[in-house]
Design a protein around this ligand. Structure first.
Ligand SMILES: NC(=O)c1ccc[n+]([C@@H]2O[C@H](COP(=O)([O-])OP(=O)(O)OC[C@H]3O[C@@H](n4cnc5c(N)ncnc54)[C@H](O)[C@@H]3O)[C@@H](O)[C@H]2O)c1
Length: 320
């Protein structure tokens, strides 16, 4: 790990997760002191292996809802990157409390810590699901009205509102990113992780939720992190709102075929049917990323390239 000169401390909540861990690495490489807060409910400390023991890195095993316990971590901090949340949309249908707790309440707690410590810059990982079922594709940031279809989406929209209110009330600057599907190594949720896990259990068949025609944009993890940092450097509004995704979308059936082919092509693909994979699923998604492109960002991978790279990255992680 580099020993670049020390830049101001930053907090990354959810920094042991799939997106948070490469982000923590990149912030560290830039020279920041990096403080990760994660309760390891979905993340893994192994993803931060390279940073452990470094002088400019601290890992805090804590639930971000415990405001008093995490408040000291924000002392002297210049940036908060708030990524901690339940990231699995499907869980909210079974228990609506999960997204309220891990999304809305968690965000309130982190914002409170940022306010009390006079942190000037706050970054939030929202989602394209706030658009509900949009009728405009690619969907721009100005699209509305926003009618969330899941508890997860509702918690993201609520959190966006809180970030905006804190910025306008307490002098913070905010960045809100509405992600498409972010995929890459380290994932413990999402369509490719699910398909590989199912095939590990039963290599003869792959059950696909829905009719396979749901078509979405899949953004490679490194492209996402590069976008986050570019927007952090170049966007200067009080509240900066950006879509992050690829310029294309691909059907779930294509992903199923790629996963099956990568594992030898023997499994039978079976669709459960219907236009939605689960309660709260948004079957069609394609984001207008013109705002990010205007800053100079362009993803390296298309959706299909990101899918193939993710299959290759997750196979060894899952022992396949
Ligand atoms: N991956 C995607 O496709 C995608 C799309 C849209 C938005 N997002 C958002 O991006 C963020 C990161 O997603 P990810 O894919 O890296 O998911 P992830 O599950 O890998 O990471 C989330 C991290 O937050 C931690 N965490 C959860 N609740 C916590 C709590 N109460 N206190 C402390 N830590 C907690 C988990 O242990 C995990 O390490 C999430 O907010 C997610 O909703 C992700």
């Amino acid at each position: 790990m580099s020993t670049s000169p020390s830049l101001p401390p930053v907090v990354v909540t959810g920094g042991a997760g799939a997106i948070g861990s490469p982000l923590a690495h990149r912030l560290y490489s830039r020279g920041h002191e990096v403080r990760v807060i994660d309760n390891l409910s979905a993340g893994r400390e192994a993803l931060l292996r390279d940073l452990q023991g470094q002088a400019r890195f601290r890992f805090h095993l804590e639930d971000v809802r415990n405001t008093e316990a995490i408040a000291p971590v924000f002392s002297g901090v210049q940036e908060v990157w708030h990524l901690a949340a339940n990231a699995d949309v499907r869980k909210g249908a079974a228990d609506p409390r999960i997204d309220f707790e891990q999304g809305s309440r968690a965000t309130f707690s982190v914002l409170e810590c940022a306010r009390r410590a006079d942190v000037p810059r706050f970054f939030y990982s929202s989602s394209s699901v706030v658009y509900g079922f949009p009728t405009v594709f690619p969907t721009p940031e100005t699209y509305g009205p926003l009618f969330p279809q899941s508890q997860y989406a509702a918690s993201k929209l609520a959190a966006e509102g809180m970030v905006s209110a804190y910025c306008h009330s307490y002098g913070l600057h905010g960045w809100i990113f509405r992600f498409a599907n972010i995929i890459g190594p380290g994932m413990t949720h999402g369509v490719i992780f699910d398909f590989l896990t199912k095939l590990r259990r039963d290599p003869t068949r792959l059950e696909v939720l829905g009719d396979g025609r749901q078509a979405k944009s899949y953004l490679w993890l490194d492209d996402c992190v590069a976008g986050l940092l570019l927007a952090a450097d170049r966007a200067k509004e009080t509240v900066n709102l950006f879509n992050l995704g690829t310029a294309d979308r691909i059907p779930v059936a294509t992903i199923a075929e790629r996963v099956v082919a990568a594992l030898g092509g023997k499994a039978r693909i079976e669709y459960t049917g219907g236009p939605r994979g689960w309660v709260g699923d948004v079957p069609q998604q394609l984001l207008d990323t013109g705002r990010m492109q205007a800053l100079g960002w362009k993803p390296r991978y298309t959706s299909l390239q990101a899918v193939d790279a993710t299959i290759a990255a997750l196979r060894p992680e899952l022992g396949l």
